[in-house]
Design a protein around this ligand. Structure first.
Ligand code: SF4
Ligand code: SF4
Length: 98
């Protein structure tokens, strides 16, 4: 019988909704989350799962976020931290090459 694989999770931030309040960072019991250097169009730096392998799937971050900006779901073999956007227009503008 094969050994059950350890549970892994994907932690997804919807960057345009994040207001850099750090509530998710504070409530996470295993210190998965940080405020990243990615700035959204509202001028807020976006929360990011820097240590997704430490996630235990408790969803405290998801339930605590006042802006519905972070979600946790079972991963597919590899824990991941992702920043995504509600639509392509909501993504930060790319840096202009000079
Ligand atoms: S994801 Fe939600 S709780 Fe975390 S910093 Fe952004 S707005 Fe705050
Ligand atoms: S689900 Fe729990 S352990 Fe995982 S990032 Fe959110 S608060 Fe941290």
């Amino acid at each position: 019988m094969s050994k059950p694989s350890p549970k892994v999770f994907d932690i997804i931030t919807i960057g345009d909704r994040c207001k850099e309040c750090e509530i998710c960072v504070t409530v996470c019991p295993t210190k998965v989350l940080v405020i990243s250097d990615v700035m959204n169009r509202n001028g807020y730096k976006v929360s990011y799962a820097a240590h997704p392998e430490k996630c235990i799937g408790c969803k405290l971050c998801e339930w605590s976020c006042p802006d519905f900006a972070i979600f946790v779901k079972p991963g597919e073999g590899k824990s991941r931290g992702l920043i995504t956007w509600s639509s392509p227009e909501k993504a930060p503008e790319p840096a202009v090459a000079r």
